[in-house]
Design a protein around this ligand. Structure first.
Ligand code: AMP
Ligand code: ZN
Length: 492
């Protein structure tokens, strides 16, 4: 039986502001959309916190046996400076400043993003669509919104009519904002006079002369509004209604509010059943953000090339640090916090590495079944990773007690403990065992040494020893290959 049938997952839904039972639209299948990065600069660790949390959501859903279609887009057009309605496209601006093509900017930072994800052991999403790859679909959606009477064209730009939408629907359903308040709070920016009401938002913008990222459309040569791509790509790949939509809290308004309005206008149904939002990662008490310069890059943590940390830290330690906090709480990044995480991480991995050496006992002094149920219960409770980690440390304590002969587990319980630890530490949290990585370097060193000894044996015509070294290495799954440049080896 699939694990999800015996694990009732609960998810905090930002829409209802309560924890709800998670029941996907189609039994056994989950559709999940997460707003991806705008690739105009390197993703900072704050961005990575959000994506890492959804990586763990994805991992846990897969572990529970769901078939998951996970869509995380790449925003490569339409996102204007300061997330505003006016101004320059973030990517186009970078291209102008660097004197390169916008698509070079996109390529550079997409590659960097993927490199970070690889270093930090992310699972790739099922689909990673781009905004520029869906211009045609975006134009089609705008046409449909206009036909339905919820958008209007002015001077080549098309705006969503929030006032009209709000007559029957609730613009503000997710963020709790009231349209009336928005009218008073919206700053009048240049060109906003085009709009009927200041809270209307752009679906299509006419490009001015210096705007290089432009596409033909029925209204003008221009580009789509930032919010549109996510409505288009989520509908295209997950359907008019899907299960989970995620992103950082800062995206609730206006981005996700606008997504709901656009999608609901076209389909007539609420697009998303569970909205999930991560809280912010801060640095020096301030939100980590590219715009303020208050950030650290994930790869800078690995190399130690930064002014924030006293030394380099591993990707797994950073993952562990992130997972020690609940995703709905603010998390403050600092050298001290990372050093504390590093200690905890080593303690956990040391215990994990000792698992295979534990002796089997006659009786069990620890209730493994209950502990396992507690681990699942933590994750079933809105992916509560800090509670899961506290349970993992109960297991660490037992492992250490068994080492000291102060506790014991039967063979069956020990097997269950091992399997469960491996599931949660590696499959679900995505942590990496650096000890094994270190060992692989040591193994290479030892094999090189044996190759050297074998060479000496051959020079001394000691064929028996030379063959013994080769054969015993083969028995261990290590093949030696003699070539012109010397002997190399491969490990199966
Ligand atoms: P962006 O590339 O700016 O569109 O952001 C990509 C994702 O990172 C979005 O889901 C943001 O909400 C999220 N994000 C941005 N800053 C932070 C932060 N300091 N902490 C956590 N998530 C963040
Ligand atoms: Zn989005």
């Amino acid at each position: 039986m699939e694990l999800y049938k015996e694990n009732q997952l609960k998810v905090y839904n930002s829409l209802s502001k309560t924890k709800e039972d998670f029941n996907p639209i189609t039994d056994g299948y989950v559709g999940m959309y997460v707003c991806g990065p705008t690739v105009y600069s390197n993703a900072h660790l704050g961005n990575v916190r959000t994506f890492m949390f959804f990586d763990v959501v994805y991992r846990y859903l897969l572990h529970l046996g769901y078939k998951v279609r996970y869509v995380r887009n790449i925003t490569d057009a339409g996102h204007l400076e300061n997330d505003a309605e006016q101004g320059e496209d973030k990517i186009a601006k970078k291209a102008r400043l660097e004197q390169i093509e916008p698509m070079e900017v996109v390529q550079m930072y997409t590659v960097d993003f993927h490199n970070v994800l690889k270093n930090y052991n992310f699972l790739p999403p099922s689909i990673e669509p781009t905004a520029t790859g869906h211009i045609v679909e975006q134009i089609e959606m705008i046409k449909e919104i206009i036909e339905r009477g919820f958008a209007y064209e002015v001077n080549g730009s098309v705006y969503f009519d929030v006032h009209e939408y709000n007559k029957k629907e609730n613009y503000g359903i997710l963020s709790g904002r009231k349209v009336e308040d928005l009218i008073h709070n919206t700053r009048t920016l240049d060109g906003q006079s085009d709009k009927k009401n200041p809270q209307d938002f752009a679906l299509w913008k006419k490009a001015d002369d210096r705007h290089i990222m432009r596409w033909p459309s029925p209204w003008s040569d221009g580009f789509p509004g930032w919010h549109l791509e996510c409505s288009v790509m989520s509908t295209k790949y997950l359907g008019e209604q899907f299960d989970i939509h995620g992103g950082g809290m800062d995206l609730k308004f206006p981005h996700h509010e606008c997504e709901i309005a656009q999608s609901q206008t076209c389909s007539g149904v609420k697009p998303v059943n569970y909205w999930m939002h991560t809280n912010m990662l801060s640095l020096n008490g301030q939100r980590m953000a590219k715009s303020t310069g208050n950030y650290i890059l994930p790869n800078q943590i690995l190399t130690g090339e930064n002014t924030v940390l006293p030394k380099p830290f591993s990707a797994s330690v950073v993952r562990f640090f992130n997972m020690q906090a609940n995703y709905r709480s603010i998390l403050d990044f600092s050298g001290d916090a990372l050093e504390a995480s590093e200690k905890g991480h080593s303690k956990l991995m040391e215990a994990v590495n000792f698992l295979s050496k534990l002796e089997v006992g006659k009786t069990s002094t620890f209730d493994v079944q209950q502990w396992k149920a507690d681990c699942y219960a933590a994750m079933n409770d809105d992916f509560n990773t800090p509670i899961l980690i506290s349970h993992l440390f109960e297991a660490v304590k037992v492992i250490n007690q068994i080492r000291e002969h102060k506790a014991s587990l039967t063979a069956e319980d020990l097997e269950e403990l091992k399997t469960t630890i491996n599931v949660f530490v590696f499959d679900v949290l995505g942590l990496m065992n650096e000890a094994t990585q270190d060992n692989s370097e040591k193994i290479s060193g030892v094999v090189e040494l044996l190759i050297k000894l074998r060479k000496e044996a051959r020079e001394n015509k000691d064929w028996a020893l030379s063959d013994q070294i080769r054969d015993e290495l083969v028995a261990l799954g290590i093949q030696l290959k003699d070539g012109k440049e010397g002997t190399t080896f491969s490990i199966n």
